[in-house]
Design a binder for this molecule. Structure first.
Ligand code: TTP
Ligand code: CA
Ligand code: CA
Length: 672
């Protein structure tokens, strides 16, 4: 931090005279230190690992960097490294096709759980064992954790704000860190404002050119030129990009992973930035380049506009282009989309995003699941899978410190899918003695027996077991966010996860279970993050019982980011009745398009795996939305959002033209 500012060159006295004050104020500068999300000098970065699972396998196997490698799941590929991409291999290929394109390709199958084994393993026959194996993503979860640790190590402990936004990506709010660096490098900023007036403008930066090193710089808007003197926002973002470059180098040196970075003034832009140049590069989007950068995009590529909301906006205005939407006035947007959504879309098209980077470190819940293709039809089969789920979850609980009684879950939940119906049962995990695998298994069996006793449950197409409501076993506290709420709100916050789980119970109720409806205007609104875009439609945000079917909303109870089940058969596909849109468009050539991101898949299975992945990711996003509560505006919209692009289950996909049922409240729950 104390190194001289080599990246800056001195400004000519003439230029300095020409513009004596910065356009930013002392107040703006101090807003950086408090992570003010409207601060015009804010610096946010997004870091995303290159071809993550593929790199994890390369590191594990110690293969050369130029060796083509892909990660296989059953017959499909779920990650492809860049040397393999050069052969035209992508996620849409089958393993066989990929080998044809590149005979030297290493196609490494993911690790799997298998009945009878008490741990996951890399097995040579896994690809042919879809009926007996379940994918384990533990190896990637562990690597993800190591990478996160390196990132945190390389940021000052008291000036870091890190949000794990997925298994291979983080957002960093670097504002306070950059603020500290600025004060150190430019002592003229450290003094009090003239006359103590915080609205006074800062002196201009004593430099005329910035050295961006190897960063990709996005071109500037028309009215700006590269020779315009830099202002403090440019300097701040440059310091941010130095920090990101150092973090990337540390990840590379310590763990041998490469990643891409995006540095900009908010999450929306930094995420677009990291995707701009891959692999192993970082892109800077200066404030003066935002308009130009965004104008070339389809808005459906933006965070939160990839799913249902984006689709609705593009249908309403008959375009997907940012450029077109820029011509639409705020008034028109509000008229067509409602006030909140209209304003949100208006701002988003202009690169304005005041959503917070939310540090989340503690796991809230864990999920282990499998979709059966073909379905299973006996208690014995189901019980065997329960064993595997329990082993999977218990291993993760051990990592969470359950043996040392550091943290433990309070509830266990079993979801069961038969045709278009989902049933679920939950129970409380008895406290007071140490939790072991047999206890968990016993509870899971009891839940399963309750479901089976209802009759008409076979065949079963999906089973998923989750534990949630984690508590710190020592203090029993509810987490820092509870303390930031007052009275009733905190109470609601504490009760809500349970209320929602109960609400999911469908089918004839177990006599002991009291159904509880969560009122949209009450508890749910505290589950909304400020950043959540307003959504469309009615205000019923609760997954609703539908004559024996649930809507498949799992509530915010799936382990996020680090979930074991971000793919294929290990993730529950949503209920047929829950889909609000057709996600699988079969084209004439037998190509299957993912309606959510446009990816082309060559087989229904590949599409299924891909969409299961979207689904798991959305569960994770829902968890994010569901767990952050401080100081947020009440907005019922995303209280329990339904994943936007969820694919109907296999049964539904055989009937592509079938209209999907839309339940009250669903419309507004669905956006990417
Ligand atoms: P991504 O970050 O989307 O992709 P990637 O890291 O493989 O490649 P890139 O260099 O373009 O960032 O996803 C992270 C991991 O999530 C990926 O390595 C594997 C998994 N994944 C799936 O299992 N299925 C999917 O459909 C996608 C998109 C990702
Ligand atoms: Ca990635
Ligand atoms: Ca990613």
């Amino acid at each position: 931090m104390s190194s001289p500012p080599q990246s800056f060159q001195g400004s000519s006295p003439a230029a300095a005279l020409a513009r004596r004050r910065s356009q930013f104020t002392y107040r703006n500068l101090s807003q950086m230190a408090s992570y003010n999300t409207s601060c015009p000098l804010r610096v946010v970065a997004h870091v995303d690992l290159d071809c993550f699972y593929a790199q994890a396998e390369m590191v594990r196997l110690g293969v050369a960097e130029d060796q083509p490698l892909a990660v296989q799941q059953w017959q499909g590929l779920i990650a492809v490294n860049y040397p393999a991409r050069a052969f035209g291999i992508g996620r849409m290929c089958t393993a066989t096709e990929a080998k044809k394109l590149c005979p030297s390709l290493i196609a490494q199958h993911v690790a799997t759980w298998r009945e009878g084994d008490d741990t996951w393993a890399y097995r040579p026959d896994a690809a042919d064992s879809i009926a007996t194996d379940k994918v384990s993503l533990d190896p990637y979860r562990l690597e993800s954790r190591r990478i996160l640790a390196v990132i945190k190590e390389h940021l000052p402990a008291h000036l870091q704000k890190v949000e794990k936004a997925g298994i291979d990506e983080v957002f960093l709010d670097l504002s306070a860190h950059v603020h500290a660096v600025l004060l150190e490098r430019f002592p003229e900023l450290a003094g009090p404002p003239p006359d103590g007036d915080p609205s006074a403008q800062l002196p201009i930066p004593p430099i005329s050119a910035l050295d961006w090193q190897a960063d990709a710089l996005v071109d500037l808007d028309d009215e700006h030129g590269e020779f315009d003197d830099p202002d403090w926002d440019d300097v701040a973002i440059l310091v941010g990009s130095e920090i990101v470059r150092n973090i990337r180098a540390a990840i590379r040196d310590k763990l041998r992973y490469t990643c891409a970075g995006g540095i900009a003034r908010n999450k929306l832009l930094s995420k677009l930035g990291s995707a701009h140049k891959k692999p192993n590069q970082q892109t800077v989007i200066r404030n003066r380049a935002v308009r130009h950068f965004l104008s070339g995009f389809k808005f459906t590529k933006f965070r939160n506009l990839g799913g249902k909301l984006g689709e609705q906006v593009s249908q309403t205005f008959n375009t997907e282009s940012v450029q077109d939407l820029l011509a639409v006035s705020a008034e028109q947007l509000k008229l067509k989309l409602g006030d909140d959504t209209g304003v949100w879309v208006y701002n988003t098209m202009r690169g304005i995003d005041t959503s917070e980077v939310n540090p989340r470190t503690q796991i809230k819940s864990m999920l282990s699941a499998k979709s059966f293709r073909p379905s299973i039809s006996t208690v014995e089969q189901a019980t065997r899978w329960l064993r595997i789920f329990v082993a999977d979850i218990f291993a993760r609980l051990v990592e969470e410190g359950v043996l040392e009684n550091k943290r433990r879950p309070k509830t266990i939940n079993l979801h069961y899918r038969h045709g278009s119906q989902t049933r679920s049962r939950q129970s409380v995990i008895p406290q007071g003695r140490s939790l072991d695998e047999e206890t968990l298994y016993g509870l899971a069996r009891t839940l399963m027996n309750q479901i089976i006793q209802e009759g008409q449950v076979w065949p079963c197409s999906n089973l998923s077991l989750s534990v949630g409501g984690f508590e710190d076993a020592i203090s029993g506290n509810m987490g820092i966010d509870s303390f930031l709420l007052k009275g009733d709100e905190a109470q609601a916050r504490a009760l809500a996860p349970r209320a929602r789980l109960e609400d999911e119970v469908s089918g004839p109720s177990h006599p002991a279970e009291k159904r509880r409806r969560v009122d949209d205007g009450g508890i749910q609104r505290f589950f909304t993050k400020r950043e959540t875009p307003p959504s469309l439609g009615s205000s019923d945000a609760v997954a609703k019982d539908n004559g024996g079917e649930t809507l498949g909303s799992r509530g915010p109870d799936a382990e996020s980011g680090t979930t074991a089940d971000l793919n294929g058969s290990s993730v529950p596909v949503p209920d047929e009745g829950s889909a609000t849109q057709a996600n699988d468009q079969e084209t004439g050539a037998g190509v299957h398009l993912c309606a959510q991101c446009g990816a082309r898949m060559e087989s229904p299975d590949a599409l299924q795996s891909h969409q299961d992945w979207h689904f798991a990711k959305e569960l994770q996003e829902r968890e994010e939305r569901g767990t952050l509560v401080f100081g947020n505006q009440p907005s019922a919209s995303a209280a329990s959002p339904q994943p936007g692009g969820r694919k109907p289950g296999p049964a539904a996909s055989k009937r592509p033209g079938r209209p999907k049922k839309t339940e009250r409240g669903q419309q507004k729950l669905s956006f990417g």
